[in-house]
Design a protein around this ligand. Sequence first.
Ligand SMILES: NC(=O)c1ccc[n+]([C@@H]2O[C@H](COP(=O)([O-])OP(=O)(O)OC[C@H]3O[C@@H](n4cnc5c(N)ncnc54)[C@H](OP(=O)(O)O)[C@@H]3O)[C@@H](O)[C@H]2O)c1
Length: 245
Amino acid sequence: MKIGFIGVGQVGQTLGPLFNNLGHEVAVSSSRSPEALAGTATQIGAQAMHVNDVMAWGDIIILATPMNVVPSFATDKLKGKILIDTNNYALIRDGHIQEILDGKPTTQWVSEHFPGARTVKAFNNIMMSEFDEYARPKGAEKRFALPVCSDDYEAKVLIMNLVEEFGYDAYDAGSIAESWRQQSFQPAYCIFSELPELKQLLAEAEVPIPPQVIVKSLEEAMPIFEKHKREAQQKADAMALSRKA
Ligand SMILES: NC(=O)c1ccc[n+]([C@@H]2O[C@H](COP(=O)([O-])OP(=O)(O)OC[C@H]3O[C@@H](n4cnc5c(N)ncnc54)[C@H](OP(=O)(O)O)[C@@H]3O)[C@@H](O)[C@H]2O)c1
């Protein structure tokens, strides 16, 4: 398949080589020119293109930019294509997006910008810096699970199969309307958990927008983020231990 990235930062540079290793063709784009992206593209075995060309070329498009640039993209290029939304919303980075602050799931907001795209939410709730380290073969002990949401069942199954090939159990976490459960600072955010714990953590999600999402300065955000990550991981580990005891 042809896999096109819009944005080739941490997410693009982590997932790009994995698609490449599986034998897919990869192309990357960003706000910079293809010439400026040539070095990054070569490192991950990809072609560099303009954003519009990636959208026209790819069978699967991976959106891996800050959320606030989504309104700048053409709306009509992804009809019938699978769009993987990896985004998380943070007020400090993305600014005021009223619909999201009012509780619209971030991926619903994204999918409304690309009518006709077969939108899937995946890969948003874990740290890319740890993605390779925690991947495990099917059946291995402590194989972690990732949630996948979509209203398009076929697209969801296809991306779930990719998740499995990348070394994680894939969990069907429902529709786009339910995808807020895996958003930032919900219980399943930024932790690695096995399937039973992931299901439990998603079920424990309570409100669409946790207050941590709307902190306004980096000084305030970083300690909150570290604390969330530490406590959430401890909780998932404790749940797994008590399940196995
Ligand atoms: N990092 C993680 O561990 C992680 C994990 C899961 C989800 N996420 C979420 O995934 C999204 C991407 O995260 P990231 O960490 O990969 O971000 P990042 O490292 O900051 O990379 C963002 C990419 O978007 C590109 N970009 C920015 N503005 C653009 C525009 N107008 N048009 C096209 N490309 C543009 C940037 O390239 P140029 O500057 O060259 O345009 C860059 O390649 C975010 O919503 C993030 O919250 C991140």
